[in-house]
Design a binder for this molecule. Structure first.
Ligand code: AMP
Ligand code: MG
Length: 468
């Protein structure tokens, strides 16, 4: 029922472990994604059947699936960890979509693997619902991301701070290859695996990259584009460890991620990020740090290492150029500018400075900027009025703004409410929120008004927790 066409499993054996899922006692389908199934060449009617549910729960192995746990390493909060890997996830296999793209189908929460360390290999319902909502919202906003094909509850309890309902998400990605995948082989100077991985990634994601330097440049540009897009919707990933950076340039591994409500460039939500390493405003810098680790992992492929270090350094130093151009394009579109350029930087940053002073709601300030009510977001209406006059003089296009400014994002307090209800077995709030966040640019209706509203002070959720 899933037209598997696997390639990762043919890479050198030290890059993964074949592993099957551990069956669960009583799986129940929460949600399945029919449009995504169709893109993958999977019958959309099949995904809601008991046989699909058993595949999504890890209780049945679909024909053609060759399940495996991928090995990787990575820097977590700057500290090297030589042995990570899919500790609670399994790659079921790959499919070639109707659009010609190869994609991974992965279970997350499917039981222990050789990389589980002390973990149980499971996920609880909260992070599964959060990843489903946020990844599908990101996709609807046009931001590169992994997707969600299905989610099931397992009928089992997982032990966290307290017993919680277990769940499994079926995730789809252009690949799950991470900077950490290269780092594992680079650190071991395993040239065979490293060159096989290089060929695989070029073939799959960057067919024009004919050298490690060309691949590094392509990945640098993809990261610059991605981070600029995150910034333009107020997204804070929360765990930009090198094992959570996709080589294909998709947002991956949604953990304690969050969208800002009120604008604060120093926003940090993750409870474990005490130093604010992965704060909103630090994301571009951290991307550069991560790309430097990627470059290091490619060095063993290079004949002349000193020359390679010089060449790679130049490429990584080009990140700000790519990033700033993408940032101006993204924020210029938010202001409705038809031809944004570097000359518009002050207009953008002056607005952000006003928003920062008043912790103005990020999403709603941009969505309503042209409305006469916009001034009420600001305590100093004269200063905002002066800014607005400059903006009017520059000239904006309302259609460009409408296409660039989401009116509905998965706000933390709404995601939390959907998780709390789901934990009690009520998935209606999850379904209502999912319907709203997957139409982020649609005009607000009675059904979605609650999701467009900024949280009151006492509704704000300022801390989020890891996906484990
Ligand atoms: P993350 O920060 O969620 O990307 O996870 C970092 C590493 O911890 C990855 O290697 C995960 O596979 C592993 N991990 C996280 N949670 C669990 C769990 N419950 N059981 C086993 N491994 C886990
Ligand atoms: Mg991860």
């Amino acid at each position: 029922m899933i037209p598997f066409n696997n390639s990762y499993v043919h890479l050198p054996a030290q890059m993964f472990s074949r592993q099957s899922a551990k069956p669960v006692s009583d799986p129940t389908l929460i949600v399945a994604n029919a449009p995504l199934a169709a893109t993958l060449g999977i019958d959309p009617d099949w995904i809601t059947t008991p046989s699909a549910r058993d595949v999504f729960a890890g209780n049945a192995v679909a024909d053609g699936s060759e399940p495996l746990a991928a090995a990787y390493a990575g820097h977590q909060f700057g500290n090297w960890n030589p042995r990570l890997g899919d500790g609670r996830a399994l790659l079921l296999g790959e499919v070639l979509g109707t659009d010609g793209l190869r994609r991974d189908i992965q279970l997350k929460g499917s039981g222990p693997t050789p990389y589980s360390r002390s973990g149980d290999g499971r996920a609880w319902l909260g992070p599964v619902l959060r990843e489903y909502l946020v990844s599908e919202a990101m996709h609807a906003m046009g931001i590169p991301t992994t997707r969600a094909l299905a989610a099931v509850t397992t009928g089992e309890t997982v032990q966290r701070e307290r017993p919680l309902p277990g769940a499994i998400i079926t995730r789809v990605a252009q690949s799950h290859i991470r900077i950490g995948t290269f780092q594992l082989m680079g650190a071991r100077s395993d040239i065979d695996a490293l060159s096989a991985l290089f060929d695989h990634v070029v073939d799959r994601h960057y067919p024009d990259a004919d050298s490690p330097a060309a691949l590094l440049l392509a990945v640098t540009k993809a990261q610059a584009t991605l981070i600029a897009k995150w910034m333009s919707v107020g997204f804070v990933h929360g765990v930009m460890n090198t094992d959570n950076v996709s080589i294909a340039g998709e947002t991956i591994d949604y953990g304690p991620c969050a969208f800002m409500d009120g604008y604060d460039a120093a926003s940090v939500f993750s409870a474990i990020d005490r130093q604010g390493r992965y704060a909103y405003q630090n994301q571009p810098r951290i991307a550069v740090w991560n790309l430097a680790q990627f470059a290091t992992s490619l060095i063993p492929l290079m004949p002349d290492q000193d020359a390679a270090i010089e060449e790679f350094t130049t490429i990584i130093n080009s990140f700000p150029t790519h990033y700033e151009a993408e940032w101006i394009a993204a924020f210029g579109a938010k202001l409705g500018l038809a031809d944004p350029s570097e000359d518009d930087r002050d207009l953008i940053t002056d607005l952000l400075a006003l928003m920062q002073q008043d912790v103005a709601d990020f999403t709603n300030t941009f969505a309503n900027l042209a409305s006469p009510n916009a001034q009420y977001q600001f305590t100093d209406r004269d200063v905002f009025g002066a800014w607005s006059a400059r903006w009017q003089a520059r000239g904006y296009d309302a259609d460009i703004m409408a296409a660039a400014n989401p009116v509905i994002i998965p706000r933390n307090h709404q995601v939390e409410a959907a998780i709390v209800a789901g934990t009690d077995g009520d998935f209606a709030p999850f379904h209502a929120l999912l319907a709203a966040v997957t139409q982020p640019f649609a005009p607000v209706t009675d059904a979605t008004a609650a999701f467009a509203r900024a949280p009151a002070m006492d509704e704000r959720i300022t801390q989020t927790f890891c996906g484990t």
